[in-house]
Design a binder for this molecule. Structure first.
Ligand code: TRP
Length: 361
């Protein structure tokens, strides 16, 4: 079976380092591995509207930001189709049919939905569309026969839901849909990069993000203000790595060559860590190293973004073309779903014949 990738993001803000290490960087690697026959990357605007119904303007604005983030990170439109979810009515149709294969109590048990309901204070009144978004996400995935869904760890319950729907569908109507596999970062740190304040998650609402599009001086300022070891007051003091955000970021970003380039005093991250724990290594020094490490990765992304920002018609064209390719795929899946469910009346000559026969004698 050919390997197909589908993944996506809600366009509720610019993408940040959490997205980058959690998924974006990996997507580019997978794209360039040549192992995948087709790749679809979805800007999930319809899903974003499930909890932003009163603010469509925010979603509109961020579609282009997310597209720019993708392209500047190395998503290559020759290899990957970037698409806009709401442009594919096929996805909405699939969602509607899948809704009958999921119970309310099953959705209520979905840990991601549960925690998102809490975060949004939706406990008393959950919008139906929001509640059902795992079903819509199953439509996103199955519409492209995706075998592989590269996502952050928080999306695992969504994939489990998708697999259940696929199994139920196939058991009921015959083998039609492909059961997808999640592909989560193999590195724990990358699964959930903390915010600059040390809080568990980098998130726009917490104001603790470093964005891919942040200018160099902003990145520098954010790193300088980062949470470290609150007990590491003097350079001579031994420092702790436990919950030390700067070291967590180094775990996610530092490569061996960064030591040759930016810190000849230490040969590896292990050596740097040992020195910090021993005492005699100040936070500022480590932060300056981290700034260099981040800039090594971010500077080319920023430069590419600047180019793309000057050619928005090109970016729009990429979105249009990707969406067109995606629509064709989704239409094929919708046709086979309707065929399997036997709700393709006008294509079914035998049915029409049987309607005729029914009233013959
Ligand atoms: N729910 C995902 C998120 O919040 C975005 C998304 C929408 C998605 N559709 C998808 C991810 C399909 C993977 C597959 O980030």
């Amino acid at each position: 079976m050919s390997k197909i990738i589908l993944t996506g993001d809600r366009p509720t803000g610019k993408l940040h380092l959490g997205h980058y290490v959690g998924s974006l960087r990996r997507r580019v690697e997978l794209q360039n591995s040549g192992e995948y026959e087709k790749i679809f990357i979805m800007i999930a605007d319809a899903q974003a509207l499930t909890d932003n119904v009163d603010n469509p303007e925010k979603i509109r604005e961020n579609i282009i930001e997310v597209a720019l983030d993708y392209l500047s990170c190395g998503i290559d439109p020759e290899k990957s189709n970037i698409l806009i979810q709401s442009e594919l009515s096929e996805l909405t149709e699939l969602t509607f049919y899948y809704m009958n294969m999921v119970t309310v109590s099953r959705l209520e048990r979905n840990p991601t939905v549960k925690s998102e309901i809490q975060m949004r204070n939706f406990e008393a009144s959950i919008p139906v569309g929001f509640f059902c978004y795992p079903i819509s996400q199953t439509a996103d995935i199955t519409a492209f026969n995706a075998t592989t869904v590269p996502v952050g760890e928080d999306q695992l319950p969504m994939l489990e839901q998708a697999r259940e729907i696929v199994r139920k569908f196939n058991a009921t109507y015959g083998e039609t849909l492909v059961e997808p596999q999640a592909l989560v970062p193999d590195n724990k740190i990358c699964s959930r990069l903390p915010g600059t304040d040390g809080k568990a998650k980098m998130s726009k609402s917490l104001g603790n993000c470093i964005y891919l599009s942040d200018p160099a001086d902003v990145v520098k300022k954010k790193v300088m203000g980062m949470f470290t070891d609150p007990n590491h007051l003097r350079v001579e003091d031994p420092g702790s790595l436990e919950g030390n955000t700067v070291f967590i970021y180094l775990d996610a970003f530092a490569k061996p060559e960064h030591f040759e380039k930016f810190d000849t005093e230490h040969r590896s991250l292990d050596e740097l860590k040992e020195h910090y724990q021993r005492g005699g290594l100040g936070d500022v020094k480590v932060k300056k190293f981290l700034i260099n490490v981040l800039e090594d990765e971010l500077a080319p992304i920023r430069a590419r973004r600047a180019e793309l920002q000057n050619d928005i018609p090109y970016v729009v064209d990429v979105l249009k073309k990707g969406t067109d390719v995606a629509r064709q795929e989704a239409a094929k899946t919708l046709a086979s779903v309707k065929n399997a469910m036997r709700i393709n009346y006008f294509d079914d000559e035998a049915l029409i014949k049987s309607w005729q026969d029914k009233f013959k004698e």
